[in-house]
Write a new protein. Structure first.
Length: 488
């Protein structure tokens, strides 16, 4: 009876998962259902009585139809979002099925060991020190939190301050030197850790978004005795640019700073002989963050934290309670992670790395970068397209110009937003915009294993159609047109 219930619900899930995945090439990438419809479809009255599991799944699938963003499609280039490799997705299903609480070895033995093994592989592939401690967290946001909790411990410990015991009341302030182009998750981690947003010093960057080394040097010299965190970037979310680790890390270390690397996607350059140059010297840092759910293409809820000073990491997270059981030999994740109960999120990473192998990871990284370059090159051949930043890795910025002779920057800005909106509305591909040095631009991010040359071709055609469509051309003084569907 119980088996039959599982069978019918899981069979339905399996069938709709396969039909979703095989329909990705035909379905619009963007969501086609509006908020009100979605609320009315899902907003059912919570009934007193029960329902068969299969029926619940059936209705869920029906109710969300048209409202699942095609972010796992090969023609999704928005934000920085990867897809899911087949083995990673399958392992994720099993993770839910096994339903382990991966807090302790005694609570999920295989989960603990899978993380241990996968962490070793990750360090090897990314070129990080083998001795670094690690944590599998929800994403880069919590990875920053974990790494910087260790930084907070280590820096204050050097001042004779026990932060875990005394908190920050009366503690020496910690300065955080970061790029003005940093990802906002750094700021949030600083907030969560109680260090205070006003301790953040935003350093100027060059045209590509890299920290200017003389600015870092000056900031370090200005307060030689302040405990300091320097957070550098491996991969700017707009340009994909990398800070000059070989120069900046030794400089920061000379001044006693803790160097943390935001490598949410860019750290993966280290997996490829072709792109490894970009991360030269990055292994000299104190802590690193990267995501599995972006470029490794495992399902969401997967980031990794690595810390050289394992003692500082452990001291900042360690948890003991009388009712817990610890195996002296095994690693208990609770001692290294900010969560208590947690998903056994190591399995999908373990599976993805085994599916790809070392060469497969390198090939995935290189293919995405090549496709990114191909896409930018092809777009640049279309009329009135300006490339603001060519891919150094997988990210790029493109702008669409208003072709009228007296067009101003504001017109180009509007044109750029219009073209993005029209391509998204066509359902053929998905992009997001940004403002880069005061100008609107389309961001292009490519980190999905599925993206093929045919996807690039289709995407370029979608732009060609939009750019050739008179409805997208602004008449003098005319309001911006809203597009429902551009026929191709
Ligand atoms: C995505 C991203 C983050 C945030 O990562 P999450 O996994 O979403 O928490 C931080 N920094 C960079 C550079 C990113 O691309």
């Amino acid at each position: 009876m119980e088996d039959a219930k599982f069978h019918s619900a899981l069979a339905k899930a399996f069938e709709s998962a396969l039909s979703y995945l095989s329909g990705l090439d035909r379905a619009p990438v963007a969501v086609s259902v509006d908020l009100a419809t979605l609320r009315s479809r899902l907003g059912k009255v919570l009934e007193d009585s029960s329902r068969p599991a299969e029926e619940v799944i059936n209705e869920l699938v029906k109710d969300v139809d048209g409202s699942i963003l095609g972010s796992t499609s090969g023609r999704f280039f928005g934000w920085v979002i990867g897809g899911s490799l087949p083995s990673a997705l399958a392992a994720d299903w099993l993770t839910a099925t096994w339903d382990q609480n991966a807090a302790l070895y005694s609570c999920g033995a295989a989960a603990a060991v899978a993380e241990e093994v996968a962490a070793g592989w990750l360090k090897e592939i990314l070129g990080l020190p083998a001795r670094a401690s690690y944590a599998f967290v929800t994403g880069t946001q919590m990875s920053h939190f974990t790494c910087l909790a260790a930084a907070r411990h280590a820096l204050l410990n050097r001042c004779g301050w026990d932060v875990e015991k005394k908190g920050l009341y009366g503690a020496p302030p910690i300065r955080v030197l970061v790029s003005e182009q940093r990802h906002g998750s750094i700021d949030r981690a600083i907030r969560f850790l109680g260090l205070g947003q006003s301790q953040i010093v935003a350093l100027p960057t060059d045209a590509m978004g890299r920290i200017i080394s003389s600015a870092l040097e000056e900031a370090l010299r200005s307060e030689p005795f302040s405990p300091t965190i320097v957070a550098l970037q491996a991969g700017d979310i707009c340009t994909g640019a990398f800070d000059e680790f070989e120069k900046l890390i030794p400089l920061a270390k000379q001044h006693g700073a803790w160097v943390h690397i935001d490598g949410a996607f860019g750290l993966w350059a280290g997996a490829s002989a072709k792109y490894r140059e970009l991360v030269r010297g990055v292994n000299q840092a104190d802590s690193w963050t990267t995501d599995g759910h972006k470029w490794l293409n495992v399902p969401f809820d997967c980031g990794y934290a690595f810390v050289v000073d394992a003692v500082a990491h452990l001291e900042s997270m360690l948890h003991r309670a009388v009712y817990l059981t610890h195996d002296g030999q095994a690693r208990d994740q609770i001692d290294w992670n900010p969560e208590w109960s947690r998903r056994a999120r190591g399995f999908p990473t373990y599976a993805a790395l085994r599916e790809l192998g070392r060469h497969g990871v390198a090939e995935l990284i290189e293919r995405c970068c090549e496709h990114s370059e191909m896409l930018v090159t092809r777009l640049a051949q279309l009329p009135d397209v300006e490339v603001l930043s060519v891919p150094v890795l997988n990210q790029a910025l493109v702008r669409f110009l208003d072709s009228r002779p007296n067009a101003l920057n504001a017109d180009h800005d509007r044109r750029t937003d219009d073209v993005i909106a029209a391509v998204v509305a066509s359902g053929e591909a998905f992009f997001t915009g940004t403002t880069w040095h005061g100008r609107r631009a389309m961001r292009l991010s490519l980190c999905n294993w599925r993206t093929s040359e045919a996807d690039i071709e289709r995407t370029v055609n979608a732009f060609a159609n939009v750019l050739g469509d008179p409805r997208v051309h602004l008449a003098d003084g005319a309001p911006t047109v809203k597009y429902s569907k551009i026929d191709s």
